[in-house]
Write a protein that binds this ligand. Structure first.
Ligand SMILES: *Cc1c(COP(=O)(O)O)cnc(C)c1O
Length: 350
């Protein structure tokens, strides 16, 4: 057999998500929220019955867009929703990055960006962050086919100011700038305030981290109506019914319970700062974090060894064996109890 079809298979090197172990472990490896979503979310799902399942969901996702529009002070035509921000970002790449010029993103950032660029055959250039892992905005003041960066950045945890973001957006009126704000609720200031002034800015956020709903898969983008319309045209050319009925239902309820949202975010931020001090006492050094994780390196013990030793003790953190960051661990902030167990384990390891 010739198997000539093989040469026509799309060759991709996929993104590797953090491990989801089948047994119970202390799971500090994929930046999920250790607290459950608002009770309103659970209650709304209890009312959810089989009648809700037999019909297609609203392809315009209007109920959820309305709640988000009201919460953030925009109109529904400024809001795109998708199956997690991974879906939203993927649609945005396909929609906006169609130039022959390379798109730009930091060398150390969310590793999905290069995967989508390869998948959609978008040329790209990785721009090195400086030795303190900070993005240098001047490096983005050049001809390009688009820009994407995470702010706060991952896995570095570092957040830049709104002025910093604005400078990049302002210097690139000819390109769409995507700011991935997956972690913005844990301490950064969002660039959403710039959306009405810059038609080339798209801000992407998610329910997976600060709203405790990684399992529901809800993400959204906010930008000017023309950007959002273009994304919807692409979405409706692939799959009209992306968000399932229960996500549309429960997502809105999560946003409405703002008090609960703020209280869990505050708990995580408080735990983060306490854990940072404990880690420093053990000889770790962490970047300044505006996220629900710490990016830590140890003075003497290699990160890869600490990662393995923690895993032996059923404590999962994330280790990226990549240039420049291969001596760092990314540690998700769990509950206080989980973090105490982490610290106890580290005392015997380092
Ligand atoms: C977690 C994460 C996402 C994706 O989150 P979804 O669960 O798909 O919403 C996107 N960008 C960054 C930087 C992330 O850390």
């Amino acid at each position: 057999m010739s198997q000539a079809w093989k040469k026509n298979i799309r060759k991709v090197v996929p993104y590797v998500p953090g491990e989801q172990p089948k047994r119970k472990v202390i799971k500090l490896n994929t930046n999920e929220n250790p607290y459950p979503p608002s009770e309103k979310v659970t209650l709304s799902l209890e009312q959810f019955n089989s009648d809700c399942l037999k019909l297609y969901p609203d392809p315009d996702c209007l109920s959820l867009r309305q709640v988000l529009a009201e919460y953030y002070g925009f109109s529904t035509e400024n809001i795109f929703v998708g199956v997690g921000s991974d879906d939203v970002l993927s649609v945005a790449f396909m929609t906006f990055f169609n130039s022959d010029k390379p798109i730009l993103f930091p060398d150390i950032t969310y590793s999905f960006y290069s995967v989508w660029a390869d998948l959609y055959r978008i040329p790209y250039r990785k721009i090195p962050v400086d030795n303190d892992f900070r993005i240098k905005k001047e490096d983005y003041y050049c001809d390009n086919g688009g820009i994407v960066f995470a702010n706060p950045n991952a896995p570095t945890a570092i957040c830049e100011s709104v002025d910093f973001v604005e400078d990049i957006v302002k210097k690139n009126p000819g390109a769409v700038v995507i700011v991935d704000e997956a972690y913005i609720d844990f301490g950064g200031t969002s660039a959403l305030g710039l959306v009405n002034r810059y038609d080339n800015l798209l801000v992407v956020q998610t329910f997976s981290k600060s709203r405790s709903m990684a399992g529901m898969r809800i993400g959204y983008a906010i930008g000017n109506a023309e950007l959002i319309k273009a994304m919807n045209d692409v979405k409706f050319s692939i799959n009209s019914y992306t968000l399932n009925q229960s996500s549309l239902y429960a997502g809105g309820e999560a946003v409405k319970d703002d008090e609960y949202f703020r209280s869990t975010v505050k708990k995580i931020v408080d735990t983060r700062e306490r854990v940072r001090k404990s880690l420093e006492k053990l000889g770790f050094c962490c970047t300044e974090s505006c996220t629900n994780f710490l990016f830590a390196t140890h003075a003497t013990k290699p990160a890869g060894e600490i990662f393995e030793a923690l895993k032996e003790k059923d404590i999962f953190v994330r280790y990226f064996n990549l240039p420049r960051i291969d001596n760092y661990l990314r540690i998700t902030i769990g509950t206080d109890g989980e973090m105490d167990m982490l610290i106890e384990a580290l005392k015997t390891i380092v």
